[in-house]
Design a protein around this ligand. Structure first.
Ligand code: ATP
Ligand code: MG
Length: 330
């Protein structure tokens, strides 16, 4: 197999710190399993915008599109929209995968272990907005093909888990748009032999706090998924823990759910868990299952042993925590 090419974009705020920490744990894992990756770094975000006059420099976009097999990206600040939305569209990564799961030693609101599969390119985030005097409009875009392909990803995830998918929508109000999503998604999932149920998004938000273990794989539209995945992340124990993958037919992009967190940037106190787990999802995607599980297990072991950063009540710096995690990789 050709050596996989990984483009690393550290991003803004706490991005460079959590990236350093995650790369430290990743390198240790690669050594341990004798895995070879070709790694390059590129800039994007607020800092890049100040330096080059554009948040997503053309060289970064070129590397992501034409050189890299996968992108590992840190958080981006104010310019997130210009970076993430463009990268997602240019790379055609139509499915956003956000697992939320209780971790040992971390206080969660309720036991949770679910994966949100969110449609990533359509819905009201497709970018079709306009105004006329006195009124503004955002168009909710739902296509059959866009729904079909993300539903297939949900089916794939379901088959590697309990095999159940909950479609989350609001088809009682948005009968045409959400109705299409619901109908097409249901048909695909049933064809794939997956057990399906469905829930309105408001009810799903309530259930995700009240009884999250009711969910296994949640398949939903772009905006609902955006909101529900922050909620699920917090139920599991906080934004600092939540990784994500953006998957398409050729490329994939991995990033923590959290933002740039400028309030704690440069202090060496950020929790790099979300970034480490994003790197683990990347390894899994590249086919290195065992190495990916080892990384996840190392995080669990470190947390269970009480190694934590200040957001979780501990006293470790970002790098000390990464070193503690890396010690469990052997
Ligand atoms: P953005 O505008 O990009 O969303 P933000 O500053 O709102 O960035 P978020 O990631 O949304 O940052 O997080 C909100 C708050 O949660 C942060 O201000 C920070 O205090 C905390 N936080 C987020 N991520 C982490 C992390 N990895 N480690 C520790 N604290 C975090
Ligand atoms: Mg935020």
């Amino acid at each position: 197999m050709a050596v996989p090419r990984v483009l690393v974009i550290p991003g803004d705020g706490i991005g460079p710190e959590v990236t350093d920490a995650a790369m430290y744990v990743l390198e240790k894992t690669l050594d341990m399993y004798g895995i070879d990756l070709e790694i390059r770094y590129a800039e994007a975000g607020d800092t890049a915008a100040r330096k080059y006059g554009e948040p997503l420099p053309s060289e970064t976009l070129r590397l992501a599109k034409n050189w890299a097999d996968v992108v590992l990206k840190g958080p981006v600040g104010e310019t997130a929209r210009d970076v993430v939305v463009v990268l997602r569209r240019e790379l055609g990564v139509y499915a956003n995968i956000r697992p939320a799961r209780s971790l040992p030693g971390v206080v969660s609101v309720a036991p949770i272990d679910l994966v949100i599969v969110r449609e990533n390119l359509e819905d009201v985030y497709a970018g079709i907005e306009f105004s006329v005097p006195g009124a503004a409009f955002a168009v909710k875009v739902v296509t059959e093909e866009g729904t079909r392909r993300v539903a297939r990803v949900a089916a794939r995830y379901a088959s590697s888990r309990s095999g159940r998918v909950t479609i989350v929508h609001k088809a009682n109000v948005l009968r045409v748009a959400d109705g299409l999503f619901r109908d097409v998604a249901r048909r695909v999932l049933e064809e794939e032999g997956v057990a399906v149920d469905e829930m309105y998004v408001d009810a799903a938000a309530m259930e995700m706090v009240r009884n999250p273990s009711r969910f296994d794989v949640v398949l939903t539209m772009n905006q609902y998924g955006d909101i529900l995945s922050d909620l699920a992340a917090q139920v599991a124990g906080g934004l600092g823990l939540a990784p994500s993958a953006n998957i398409g037919d050729g490329k994939a992009l991995f990033e923590p759910v959290h933002g740039a967190a400028w309030d704690i940037a440069g202090k060496g106190v950020a929790n790099p868990t979300a970034m480490i787990l994003s790197a683990a999802m990347m390894l899994e995607y590249l086919g290195y299952r065992e190495a990916a599980s080892r990384m996840e297990l190392a995080v669990e072991q470190a947390l269970a042993a009480g190694f934590t950063t200040p957001d979780l009540g501990g006293g470790l710096s970002t790098m000390d925590y990464a070193r503690a995690v890396a010690k469990f990789i052997q």
